[in-house]
Design a protein around this ligand. Structure first.
Ligand code: FAD
Length: 412
């Protein structure tokens, strides 16, 4: 028997995999709803809230106006959360996984939950992360559940979360301030991306406080330049920590250490997902799946190369691999037929190659998610520039920009 702790993407796919391979699986979840951070607080509600705003953005491009209230967005988020959480329940039930609600406490290989002790052969720990808890602030997890009226928001941090939620809140009509200690948004990312995204945010009217540090004092945001922002809401956009509650006995430095088979240093104890130091649901899903296979004796290593990452703004931001070396070609969206027809000409796509193979790409563009996923597939399959150039990209599509860049690699 296998016990899985946590019903987020990692726990879900670990449990499903082991169960479908014929193992008896019990999944423990302390939240009354299933689905973890992704379904209840993260990926799912945020995309439900983003969708109407993406429509608003698209209509504005062709001269029409539509508006949504924050309440309308949270209502859509709640619908999506409830539907997806039920979906997780159904998936587990159909695969024969027994769900036990309660806090799982790991003691050696035994797991205590709601007064009973389970004696599994193997355990998968998929407890995820905890949101930052700083007095006077909220985290992005709280946004789908906000009921209070607010107008001015200060977002602390201009990284991935700050950019995604700063854009969303701006688009729903809030006055948004982003405080970032670096000189551009998206620290540690590609410089072309950082410049374009920062300029975009300035142009659309998000108030950026760059090269600035923030201190929260009595619910107020005090800036390192001596000024103060009076805001209704302060959103901490970074600072998640591994959730070690109940699994303290497992060796850890900060994140739980695992090898490529998702094995922790303790025999028969596996871990997967955010608690192992990755931050996307698709990595959590893969790690959970790999853990499920290995727990059932199907030896397979996790391969985290070429994982596409997306920031859901409009235009979208997406990136994969390396864009700080090799030969890079950047093409503006304004040269692309489809972008012109839809008046979505802002942004660019950049791809880099080394020794005839694509090594990375960044996009700040419409459909960046699809463009970068296709580039990621090329990297993963170790395809050459010539091979990728041989592929037919539909016309007129946003994907064609890939072919245009590859053509320039070949012919200059
Ligand atoms: C606001 C926000 C937006 C996001 N948007 C995206 C996105 O668009 N795309 C993307 O790829 N990723 C996104 N993410 C990240 C994504 O949510 C995580 O990568 C993913 O949820 C990690 O899955 P997990 O299974 O490792 O952990 P989690 O989803 O965090 O699940 C862990 C589960 O374990 C349970 N648990 C913890 N300890 C115990 C215990 N002792 N006993 C019982 N149960 C326990 C928790 O209650 C929880 O349900 C977002 C995250 C946030 C916060």
């Amino acid at each position: 028997m296998i016990v899985v702790i946590g019903s987020g993407p990692a726990g879900l796919y670990g449990a499903l995999t082991a169960s479908l391979l014929g193992e008896k699986v019990k999944l423990i979840e302390e939240n009354e709803k299933l689905g973890g951070t992704c379904v209840l607080y993260g990926c799912i509600p945020s995309k439900a809230m983003l969708h109407p705003l993406a429509l608003k953005y698209s209509l504005e491009r062709i001269g029409k106006k539509v508006d949504f209230t924050y309440e309308e967005l949270t209502k859509l988020a709640q619908d999506a959360i409830n539907r997806l959480s039920k979906g997780v329940e159904y998936m587990l039930e159909s695969a024969g996984v027994e769900v036990i609600h309660g806090k799982g406490i790991l003691k050696g290989k035994e797991v205590e939950v709601s007064g009973q002790v389970l004696y599994p052969d193997k355990v998968l720990v998929a407890t995820g992360t905890l949101k930052p808890e700083i007095k006077g602030t909220i985290a992005s997890d709280d946004l789908p559940y906000l009921t209070k009226d607010f107008n001015v928001v200060t977002v602390i941090g201009g990284g991935v979360g700050g950019v995604e939620y700063g854009w969303l809140l701006h688009k729903v009509g809030k006055e948004v301030h982003i405080v970032e200690k670096d000189n551009l948004l998206l620290p540690k990312h590609d410089m072309d991306l950082r410049n374009s995204v920062t300029n975009h945010f300035k142009r659309i009217g998000v108030k950026l406080h760059l090269r600035t540090e923030a201190k929260i004092e009595e619910g107020k945001v005090k800036l390192s330049d001596g000024s103060e922002i009076k805001s209704d809401i302060i959103l901490m956009s970074f600072g998640r920590k591994p959730n070690l509650n109940g699994i303290e006995s497992l060796p850890h430095d900060y994140w739980i250490k695992v090898n490529e088979y998702m094995e922790t240093p303790l025999k028969d104890i596996y871990a997967a997902g955010d608690v192992t130091g990755s931050f996307t649901a698709h990595e959590a899903i893969h790690k959970g799946y790999i853990a499920g296979l290995n727990m059932k004796g199907v030896k397979k290593a996790y391969d985290g190369t070429a994982v596409p990452k997306v920031i859901y703004t409009m235009p979208q931001v997406a990136y994969v691999g390396n864009t700080d070396r090799g030969r890079c070609v950047k093409v503006e969206l304004s040269s692309l037929g489809r972008a012109i027809t839809e008046k979505r000409t802002e942004g660019f796509v950049k791809i880099c190659e080394e020794n005839g193979k694509v090594i990375g790409g960044v996009a700040f563009s419409e459909r960046a998610e699809e463009i970068i996923s296709l580039i990621a597939l090329g990297i993963k399959l170790k395809a050459t520039v010539d091979e990728l150039l041989d592929f037919h990209y539909p016309h007129p599509s946003y994907l064609e920009i890939i072919w245009e860049i590859l053509r320039r690699f070949k012919l200059g």
